[in-house]
Design a protein around this ligand. Structure first.
Ligand SMILES: [Zn+2]
Length: 268
């Protein structure tokens, strides 16, 4: 145990990214020293999942999500879903992600992205796994598709939330959790109202490392050890203590991703 009483779970960090190739073990050591007890690496395609699972094999506190990011959706062969079904059985996979829609970048058409998203939402339901959702300028379509799959059992995280409180309410009504990154610390952030709006039991925290670096390190590489800075902003905006933020976000992540289930009880 570290001397920190505040513990965190980084629900979204791309530790396989090339920015971490030279010093990943130091990055992970710094995260632990900062109170980050668990990290979830969402893949963006099959190749990044393989890299991520090599990291998870070396570190007990690193978990995985497997999925095809909307940027990669156009490259998927028609039968990609079978491979994904296999990979989702990996012992350390806790979610299907990172999946979703991105209408800002133009790497593939909305139709291609939607097809791949539908497939993956089906896989998540089959496996009883939550989803990690990426949304950029696709509020309406993403919510409509997710609702189509919502049979009462689908859960997940709208990651790096950057929409308004009205959208947040719709996301909450659909049964999902909401998380924020270093984006809440940016000078021009307009996220304070929505950050205060999310109820305690639906709030998650993440870095999205190596991206979305919080102030005052903006412009540098982000890493999980920076999570407490984001927590401090959560605390200030929501008028709660940092310890309280640490407790609720950890509790929510453990419950959503079933991080404390018996490892001898793996899904199969
Ligand atoms: Zn991401």
């Amino acid at each position: 145990m570290s001397i920190h009483c505040d513990n965190y779970i980084d629900t979204h960090c791309h530790l396989y990214w090339e920015d971490f190739h030279d010093d990943l073990s130091r990055v992970i050591d710094r995260a632990r020293a900062a109170g980050v007890t668990r990290m979830i690496i969402p893949a963006t395609d099959v190749a990044s999942f393989r890299q991520a699972s090599a990291i998870a094999a070396r570190h007990a506190d690193v978990y995985l999500a497997v999925g095809i990011h909307p940027h990669e959706a156009g490259k998927m062969p028609y039968d990609f879903a079978d491979e994904l079904r296999q990979l989702a059985r990996h012992a350390k996979v806790v979610a299907i992600g990172e999946i979703g829609l991105d209408y800002y970048y133009d790497f593939c058409t909305p139709a291609e992205q939607q097809r791949v998203l539908h497939e993956q939402l089906s896989i998540a339901r089959e496996h009883g796994l939550p989803v990690i959702l990426h949304n950029r300028e696709s509020d309406d379509d993403l919510l409509a598709i997710v609702r189509e799959h919502q049979d009462g059992s689908l859960k997940g995280q709208f990651h790096c939330f950057s929409s308004d409180t009205r959208y947040a309410q719709a996301v909450l009504d659909a049964g999902f959790h909401i998380s924020f990154t270093g984006n809440v610390t940016f000078k021009k952030s307009t996220l304070d109202p929505v950050l205060s709006y999310v109820p305690d039991d639906r709030l998650l925290i993440e870095t999205d490392a190596p991206f979305m670096t919080p102030v005052p390190y903006r412009g540098k590489r982000n890493e999980p050890a920076f999570l407490p800075m984001i927590a401090r902003r959560f605390a200030a905006t929501r008028h709660q203590s940092v310890s309280y933020i640490s407790r609720i976000t950890t509790r929510n992540a453990v419950a959503l991703y079933q991080l404390e289930r018996n490892p001898s009880n793996e899904r199969n």
